[in-house]
Ligand binder design. Structure first.
Ligand SMILES: C[S@@+](CC[C@H](N)C(=O)[O-])C[C@H]1O[C@@H](n2cnc3c(N)ncnc32)[C@H](O)[C@@H]1O
Length: 201
C-alpha cells in the first residue's frame, strides 16, 4: 500500500487552487490530472480545497482524473473509487471540513465524501511510463511523490509528456523536494521560489 494521507502538502495544494481558480473563470470544462493518486487521499483533499474556493456552480465544470499504476491502490478494498474511507484515515482533515464534506457510511466505522465531490473524480489504472498522453487539455497536473521513483531520463520523459498534456499556461505541481530538470526549464516557468509550482510556457 502506498504512503499517502489526507491533507499531505496542503500548502502547495492550496497554492495550486489559488492559481488555478482565476484560469477557470467562465470555462465550462476544466480538466485536472492527479498522477500517482495512490488511495485517493490527495485527490479528495484537492477536491475539498477546490470546493472551499469555488462556488458550487463553477465546481460542476471541473473533472479530476486520478490515475495510479497500482490497482490495489486505486481499488483499495474497492472503496476509494466510491469515496469511502475508514475513520482512521480521516484524522488529519480539519474538523470543520470533515463535518462539512463527510457523513457516516451505513452503520460502519467508515465515512463517505459528499456526492458533489465524488462526482468530480474518476479513477483509472495507468502506468505513466507508457508515456501515452491521456488528454491534451489539462489545466493542472498534480504529480507529487511519484517522480522520485523514476530514473532521471524517465523523469524528463514523463515531464515532457505532461507538457504536451497541459493547455497553454497550464499548471504543474510537484513535491517540494523535486525540481524541474535543467533540460526542461525552457518549457516550464517556476511561479514561486518556495514551492514546485510550474506554468507551461
Ligand atoms: C508515495 S505515493 C504518492 C501518493 C500521493 N501522490 C501523495 O503525494 O501523497 C506514489 C504513488 O505513485 C504510484 N506510481 C509509481 N509508479 C507509477 C507509474 N509508473 N505510473 C503511475 N503511478 C505510479 C504508486 O503506485 C504510488 O501510489
Amino acid at each position: 500500500m502506498a504512503f499517502t494521507f489526507f491533507f499531505r502538502d496542503e500548502q502547495i495544494l492550496s497554492l495550486a487552487v489559488q492559481k488555478l481558480v482565476p484560469l477557470t473563470m467562465g470555462r465550462s470544462n476544466v480538466q485536472i490530472l492527479n498522477a500517482g493518486c495512490a488511495m485517493g487521499m490527495e485527490t479528495y483533499t484537492f477536491a475539498i480545497l477546490l470546493a472551499e474556493s469555488m462556488g458550487k456552480f463553477a465546481l460542476r465544470n471541473v473533472k479530476i482524473h486520478a490515475i495510479d499504476i497500482d490497482n490495489e491502490n486505486v481499488d483499495f478494498g474497492k472503496t476509494v473509487t466510491d469515496g469511502i474511507y475508514n475513520k482512521e484515515h480521516l484524522q488529519r482533515i480539519p474538523p470543520e471540513l470533515f463535518d462539512k464534506y463527510f457523513s457516516a457510511f451505513e452503520k460502519t466505522d467508515h465515512f463517505i465524501i459528499r456526492d458533489d465531490l465524488r462526482n468530480l473524480v474518476t479513477f483509472q489504472k495507468y502506468d505513466l511510463l507508457t508515456l501515452k498522453p491521456l488528454r491534451n487539455d489539462y489545466s493542472l497536473i498534480i504529480c507529487k511523490n511519484v517522480l522520485l521513483h523514476f530514473h532521471y531520463a524517465q523523469r524528463i520523459e514523463v515531464l515532457s509528456m505532461y507538457h504536451s498534456m497541459l493547455l497553454d499556461n497550464g499548471l504543474l505541481v510537484m513535491e517540494n523536494t523535486q525540481s524541474m530538470p535543467e533540460e526542461l526549464t525552457h518549457k516550464f516557468k517556476k511561479l514561486v521560489n518556495y514551492a514546485q509550482l510550474h506554468e507551461k510556457i
